[in-house]
Ligand binder design. Structure first.
Ligand code: DX5
Ligand code: ZN
Length: 209
């Protein structure tokens, strides 16, 4: 059964939706962090974002869409965090960032954009606990899943099956009842608007597993 990580990026009332998610069997809360540089949009600063921990008991899956992850890792390591993921497209020293995450005994991941080659992940595989395959170009919630990403998920699955490490495949963005068919090889589905725009969160979560 797939795990479900819920993104509140498109939520209109974050405390209310987080408390509502406590009543569901969602596995993680996906925390999208944007710096206005790696992507155009900027999310709230840590001083505000940290309050999500007042409203959720679930473990956090932190997705850093930022140019300088090392500024954010120590902050998000303080919360109830299971995974911290940064982007493979970054220019900075990715291995140093992954090692920084490991120092906090937190699982680490790399996210890969729709136009980036799966092979770009190869140097980092020994460090990784998860790969987030983006189903959309990062920056906004509520975008349509890009179907060709389905091939990328299959290619990644084939690559990982030849490696002796256990690395979760997490697919993030544009996932609905219609597009989940592209994600059969995923272990985790990260889903925002399809769940948070609905009245009955549990019904949507169950429909995706
Ligand atoms: C996109 C974010 C995703 C997004 C998912 O930049 O990384 O996590 O919020 O939301 P939906 O499911 O609405 O595409
Ligand atoms: Zn995300």
């Amino acid at each position: 059964m797939k795990k479900i990580s819920v993104s509140f990026l498109s939520s209109k009332n974050i405390p209310k939706d987080l408390m509502k998610l406590n009543q569901t069997d969602a596995d993680y809360i996906h925390v999208d962090i944007m710096d206005g540089k790696f992507v155009k949009r900027k999310t709230m600063p840590f001083s505000e974002m940290k309050h999500i921990s007042d409203f959720t008991q679930k473990r956090l899956d932190v997705h850093l869409m930022v140019e300088k992850p090392s500024d954010y890792i120590p902050l998000y390591a303080e919360l109830n965090t299971e995974y911290i993921t940064l982007h493979v497209e970054l220019e900075e020293d990715i291995i140093a960032d992954l090692e920084q995450i490991k120092q906090y005994s937190i699982k680490c991941g790399l996210a890969i954009n729709p136009d980036t080659k799966v092979s770009s992940l190869i140097p980092y595989l020994p460090y990784l606990d998860e790969v987030i395959v983006m189903g959309v170009v990062p920056g906004e919630g509520g975008q349509a899943f890009i179907p060709k990403v389905g091939d990328k998920i299959k290619e990644l699955k084939a690559l990982l099956s030849s490696y002796p490490f256990s690395i979760m495949i997490n697919v993030d963005g544009g996932i609905t009842d219609d597009t989940k068919k592209y994600c059969e090889d995923a272990d985790i589905l990260t889903v925002g608007s399809y769940i948070t725009n609905a009245e009955d969160f549990q019904e949507k979560i169950s429909s995706l597993r």
